[in-house]
Design a protein. Structure first.
Length: 139
């Protein structure tokens, strides 16, 4: 069991490579919500418009919960890097983007030691998969 010292003096675990992966994932999820929101606004397909809305509305809360839980587990604040906000212009680009996000979540999840975080990462992958289904099959 860890013992906490006075406020501000805890010498807990240092930020590891796994933690850096989580930092990057949180930044990418946040950027993904913004990119898919803009794609939603510029879509000419009602089905894509609605599918992307479901995704960009869900991801910020999922990301926030994951970041808070992870920081609670490691007892350190993460430092979130700046990532690209390259626009998504077509439904096909949105599908490619979601596949890349799924792969990133999978990669971070594979290195995670905390079952509660792993379970929530599964929920993120589920959201990605539902959105891909809607974009691919509901025209």
């Amino acid at each position: 069991m860890r013992t906490l010292k006075k406020a501000g003096s805890y010498d807990g675990p240092t930020i590891s490579k796994k933690d850096k992966g989580m930092e990057n994932l949180m930044s990418e999820l946040s950027a993904s919500a913004v990119k898919t929101h803009f794609a939603h606004l510029s879509s000419t397909s009602y089905a894509a418009h609605m599918a992307l809305a479901g995704y960009y509305e869900a991801i910020p809360d999922m990301m926030d919960g994951l970041a808070e839980q992870y920081q609670g587990v490691i007892e350190k604040l993460l430092i979130f890097p700046t990532v690209s906000l390259e626009p998504i212009k077509t439904t096909e680009e949105a599908i490619i983007h979601l596949r890349a996000m799924y792969d990133l979540v999978n990669e971070v999840q594979a290195g995670c030691d905390y079952s509660e975080i792993i379970n929530d990462l599964d929920l993120v992958k589920s959201c990605i998969n539902k959105t891909k289904y809607k974009l691919i099959f509901l025209k």
